[in-house]
Design a protein around this ligand. Structure first.
Ligand code: PLP
Length: 377
């Protein structure tokens, strides 16, 4: 069976975990490997402050707390996303205003954000689907005009850019995921990118259970005490050790995934010309990171029969999100502004193909071969 995903292992993960255990004698958060990861990310992204967290979900929850999201607030986001994008704000009492996506990129449509703004709107959360950039220029313009905060859910988007600038660095906050399904991983993990330095001090307190322990460790105060609300938003040093091995090799991981992506794109071109399917587009205003490769078939029933056919031939291909606005919780905690012209229709015909680090060329060609066979029979 060709799996949909295999967690990336690049080489030095075990060595670094061993080093954390036997040399550093430091296993909890914000240790030497955590510091290496944070510095790497700050440099790579040109970001004033990065905090490592247990997950992208936790990073989104931190952003919601830092923005003082509360009951009565509205937060605008695409309906086509993972539940955590919404949950983090619902947990603070906000109501979610879902909007439709652009059918080409599956990213939020800036025109629809404009129409969804009310005097209760506090923030916009954008999701860089498949690691392809949202239109950050018009989005930041709308946010400036209405004085709204912007959070980029960049869970899938490390190493992607919009007009040359790394994703996750446009909004007030960006959030990354290092879940095993993402390009760069440590099993479970995440990062909060703090692009507006005025949030740094409170973010450090929030992360350390509401204490000023970070200032204490830097020698800025002589004891640490309870300062504010908070939680344990730290990434274990064991995970950070694993993660650093991957960040060091981020370029090689990107290149390997990109080669697989290009084979899919190129080999499926004849089927695109025959009009039997569409393939994931190349971004026009930035660079993607080969986080996923998806195609779109005619409709949901054709997708189901293609999935079944591929499974019969040992290939795991998987759908993605069920729209949030029409889900059980989505109906309770949010509403759709405007029409669902594309979210459901395009989501229903989207299919993700196997893509992981180290996927052999023959294996990629094998997947393509079975897709061709399906459409020839
Ligand atoms: C993976 C993902 C998340 C959740 O990431 P975790 O690190 O598992 O919390 C959130 N949003 C999007 C868009 C994702 O792809």
């Amino acid at each position: 069976m060709i799996p949909f995903n295999k967690p990336c292992v690049i080489g030095k993960e075990k060595d670094y975990i061993q080093e954390a255990i036997e040399q550093n004698h430091k296993l909890s958060g914000n240790g030497p490997f955590g510091d290496l990861c944070k510095s790497w990310l700050e440099q790579q992204l040109d970001c004033p402050k990065v905090l490592l967290t247990p997950s992208c979900t936790a990073s989104l929850e931190m952003a919601a707390i830092l923005l003082h999201i509360q009951e009565g607030d509205e937060v605008i986001m695409p309906s086509y996303t993972f539940v955590s994008t919404a949950n983090a704000f619902v947990l603070r009492g906000a109501r979610i205003t879902f909007v439709d996506v652009d059918p080409v990129t599956m990213n939020i449509n800036p025109e629809l954000i404009k129409q969804a703004v009310t005097d209760r709107t506090k923030a916009i959360v954008v999701v860089h689907y498949a690691g392809a950039p949202c239109k950050m220029e018009p989005i930041m313009d709308i946010a400036d005009r209405h004085q709204l905060y912007v959070i980029e859910d960049a869970a899938q988007a490390l190493m992607s850019t919009y007009k040359g600038q790394p994703l996750g660095t446009f909004g007030h906050f960006g959030t990354l995921s290092f879940h095993e399904t993402k390009n760069y991983t440590c099993g479970e993990g995440g990062a909060l990118l703090i692009n507006d330095p005025t949030f740094i001090e409170r973010a450090e307190i929030l992360q350390e259970k509401g204490t000023n322990r970070s200032q204490f460790k830097r020698g800025q105060v002589d004891k640490y005490t309870w300062q504010d609300i908070g939680s344990s938003f730290l990434l274990s040093e064991l995970n950070a050790a694993y993660l650093y091995a991957q960040l060091e090799e981020a370029g090689a991981i990107l290149q390997d995934r990109m080669e697989t992506w290009q084979i899919y794109k190129h080999s499926l071109e004849p089927l695109v010309r025959r009009d039997v399917l569409e393939t994931q587009p190349v971004p026009l205003d930035g660079e993607h990171n080969a986080h996923m490769f998806y195609l779109k078939v005619r409709n949901e029933s054709e997708r189901a029969s293609l999935i079944a056919y591929l499974l019969e031939h040992g290939v795991m291909a998987v759908p993605h999100y069920e729209p949030l606005h029409s889900s059980k919780a989505g109906n309770v905690y949010g509403r759709l502004a405007g029409e669902d012209t594309y979210t459901t229709r395009e989501g229903d015909r989207l299919l993700r193909l196997p893509l992981y680090f180290g996927m052999e060329k023959e294996v990629v060609e094998h997947v393509v071969h079975h897709i061709e066979n399906y459409f020839h029979s």
